[in-house]
Ligand binder design. Structure first.
Ligand code: PLP
Length: 456
């Protein structure tokens, strides 16, 4: 058998990849046509490909490599843990030190009475846990009919049957029989695309009040929870108007429904606080975590749960769990990641240094002729591409075409930015330095110029 290594010619690696590896969210034609970019190594905010390019990763992988690439400490901890206890589970009255230590640390970091952690292998699994947990919570309280979970259109909460149903991505719902019953979607607070002639503040209130309308329509005694990201990430880094969250919190309180903050992207410093819900000013009952929890060095996720919810769930046997819940190697690596974040004051670096530095330059991208709004919270940002800023017009081409062209120009300029339709998004490693942020902006500007020349 041929040994496959980084030293093989790129075309050969790409051909083998296209022949045998099924990629998420990718067509086989695309893979077989030009081949996937082969990433070989990485350090800091930089990734390298098999063609020798050094690329600025303004997406931190998939929004996850918060402490940056190439941390030896994480590798050392993983190796040590694998030698000592590579695997054990926490089912049926067993536990281990990495699980205990990580749960304790998360309880310390999470605000308010979020003191209990149910571990999973990913954000999708954690959101599946949340569906079962909130329904079990109400059933245990004698209200089993309280089972509907309200979410938002264009939200992303994962790819499994449950989490994909919580998400509001139409192309995902078109495949495989999603959503599962009992999930209801309201509109997203995307003023740029959907606000029409209303002011952002009015629009924020109107979108928040859709939650109240939905609760009244479904019946307040049937609604279990509302789930949302503090800042909607994969939907296009949608920053809601200021009026939105206070109204949502009021409605959740008034109807006594649980509020789930999906912190898979927003958590662990990305918005300039440990958790995005702190940045937007509300206290959830449950938080979904993954990604930045281990900076992507190991697959791990979980749900951080309030005292009140944990108390109810703890009274029954919660018939739920994954083989890799609280995997000792993943837990040890996640704990090391949090230690690095604390030792290097990475949250403060986002809040006081790199967030404001990048933020000012990012917002100035609105001076580019093709950029409408530019939004950024901490280290997650988006720009809306438009042929006409004042009217917030869309391009004549199919939605996403100009975004796709811009993403391709970014790639050509050794910058990874993603597009969601005609919105460009970034979520760089939190350890980015000011000179690297300047490079990001320079490359983004150049790519926008080149895309604009192609569109005209
Ligand atoms: N929730 C949010 C907000 C996400 O962005 C994602 C992934 O991008 C998930 C959940 C799913 O996490 P995972 O891909 O680890 O299953």
């Amino acid at each position: 058998m041929t040994q496959i290594t980084n030293h093989m010619p790129t075309a050969e690696l790409q051909a083998l990849d296209a022949a045998h590896h099924m990629h998420p969210f990718t067509t086989q034609d695309e893979l077989a046509g030009r081949g996937a970019r082969v990433i070989t190594r990485a350090e800091g905010v930089w990734i390298h490909d098999s063609e020798g390019n050094k690329i600025l990763d303004a997406m931190a992988g998939l929004w996850c490599v918060n402490v940056g690439y190439g941390r030896d400490r994480m590798a050392d901890v993983a190796a040590r843990q694998m030698r000592e206890l590579p695997y054990y589970n926490t089912f049926f009255m067993t536990t281990h030190v990495p699980a205990i230590a990580l749960a304790q640390k998360l309880a310390e970091l999470a605000p308010g009475d979020l003191n209990h952690v149910f571990f999973a292998g990913s954000g999708s699994e954690a959101n599946d846990t949340n569906i079962r947990m909130v329904r079990t919570y109400w059933a245990e309280l004698g209200q089993p009919e309280r089972s509907v979970i309200i979410s938002r259109k264009n939200a992303y909460h994962g790819s499994s049957m449950g989490s994909g149903s919580l998400g509001g991505m139409a192309p995902m719902h078109a495949q495989g029989g999603l959503p599962i019953p009992g999930i209801h979607h309201i509109d997203q607070p995307n003023w740029w695309a959907e606000g029409g002639s209303t002011s952002p503040e009015e629009f924020g209130l109107e979108r928040a009040r859709q939650l109240e309308k939905a609760i009244q329509q479904i019946g307040p005694d049937k609604v279990a929870a509302f789930i949302a990201e503090p800042v909607q990430g994969a939907g296009g880094v949608i920053v809601p108007p200021d009026s939105y969250w206070p109204e949502i919190r009021r409605i959740c309180d008034e109807y006594g429904i649980l509020l789930i903050a999906d912190e898979v992207i927003c958590g662990f410093g990305r918005t300039g606080n440990w958790f995005g819900s702190q940045t937007v000013g509300w206290q959830p009952d449950i938080m979904t975590i993954a990604k930045g929890l281990s900076s992507g060095y190991q697959p791990i996720g979980g749900s951080i749960v309030s005292d009140a919810v944990a108390e109810v769930i703890g009274k029954c046997e919660f018939n739920h769990g994954y083989t890799y819940s609280a995997h000792p190697v993943a837990a040890a690596v996640a704990l090391e990641n949090l230690t690095i974040m604390e030792e290097e004051n990475i949250v403060e670096h986002v809040r006081d240094v790199i967030g404001p530095h990048l933020g000012a330059k990012w917002e100035a991208l609105t001076e580019h002729p093709m950029v409408g709004e530019a939004k950024i919270v901490g280290m997650m940002g988006s720009i809306a591409l438009t042929p006409h800023k004042d009217s917030r017009a869309r391009f004549a081409a199919d939605p996403g075409t100009v975004g796709y062209i811009t993403r391709e120009r970014c790639f050509a300029n050794n910058l990874v930015m993603r597009h969601v339709g005609d919105r460009m998004i970034i979520s760089p490693p939190l350890v980015m330095q000011p000179d690297e942020a300047d490079m990001l902006i320079e490359r983004a500007w150049k790519s926008l110029d080149e895309a604009m020349a192609q569109v005209k």
